[in-house]
Design a protein around this ligand. Sequence first.
Ligand code: BG6
Length: 495
Amino acid sequence: MEDLPPNPLREGLLAARRPEPLTFVLFGGGGDLSHRKIAPALYNLAVDRLLPDQFAVVGVSRQEWDDAAFRKEMAEGIVTNSRRQPVDQTIWSALAEDLHYVSGDFSDPATYRRLGKALADLPAGGNRLYYLATPPQFYGDIVRGIGTIKRGDGFSRVVVEKPFGRDLDSARRLNGAIHQVFAEEEVYRIDHYLGKETVQNVLVFRFANSIFEPVWNRNYIDQVQITAAESIGIESRASYYEGAGAMRDMLQNHILQLLCLTAMEPPGDFSPDAVRDEKVKVLRTIRPVERADMVRGQYTAGWAGGERVPGYRQESGVAPDSGTETMVAARLAVDNWRWQGVPFYVRAGKRFPKRVTEIAVVFRPAPHLPWRGATDELRPNAILIRVQPDEGITLSFGAKVPGQAVRIRSVDMDFVQGTSFTADAPEAYERLLLDAMTGVPTLFTRHDEVETAWSLLAGVLDRNGGPVEPYEAGSWGPPTAEALTARDGRYWRRP
Ligand code: BG6
């Protein structure tokens, strides 16, 4: 038989990745994360026919719901948050039949007896993926509870949401508690930034092309800037955010992961440990952050999206004298041969002027410019990896402005993901859920990675990080953030 030409509609879909039959146990099934991210991800995997043939979800939460109430809640999550709209009723109805619910307190052993019984009644066999989508204070109880029902006839994996601990000691304790029940290969610590297409593309850009790697070092690169800016405030998450702040919420995980991918050495292959070994090596070479190299800020009332918005301390659930930072900026040094002397300026914040996440790799200026007075509009060459929005990569370089005189201005050469590829990119959670279901931990963080990341920040958490300085909502942070780069004779790029 003649070979069929590839179906263009399937371009970009992951081939042959359907997981084995399994039951997905969703702790915190009634919570915000399940509603916003997990329900839509499961639905979109169902649309792509990437869920197992025999599949069941068991939501576990304190809400006194039955299966029908849980299904209704998940349906609302999908209608509000799925990237594909309108929701296909046939696909949803088939998925809904696989959704079940167990109500109970996470610290009550009876909850796990009920859960064990519910699982035994389901036809999906012994494979289980446990997902901890609860506030972190419940992780210990839940993992112990799982220990009482974990079986040997199939795989058991656990997905743990961030924040993974709140400092080095608590992360170690949490790793210890998890390792009482799960082997490290069974633990999937999620950092959803690693599931983003553009973040994965950092490695492809660097290691699938031969033209960038020769210049990817201190000989050519002057500085790297990583920005994760959000225009939103803390929304209704005060109870979590008050205890976290931007350091724990963004810097310890998402930002350091972006830094690792930018700075790591090429792995020998793309196997989970080869990639993670290289990331850990980078983390180990980062100099522990000192107070003098960081800035913490907190937004005050200002403007966002043309509307007047309250300051952080006026948000509901926030203490009127709160010392929690809503932005952080830091200057990091990577002490190895490749990066010696190249500062990595990183910043993350809420109520910045816009939502943008990008990695800017800024090159050294040309050693000599033969055009006097013609280069005022020439900025240093840069490669910008736009993680979101407008996903893509830009190379910025100098070009002659047409005309009789020589004037040189920076111009952009653009790769725009949305126009180069027709396939819609899956959401980070779709990719990561599928990886956890199929047992591929490459894009999840290993215990030593998490612990090393905490150890870098050990000296600057909370008050040790210096005063929290006010910045107006709708600005790029307090003036001291500008000073962090200015004292090195550099400046933050305006993304
Ligand atoms: C989460 C943080 O991990 O990432 C949030 O807890 C933050 O505070 C979010 O808003 C940002 O994610 P994204 O995918 O919108 O960049």
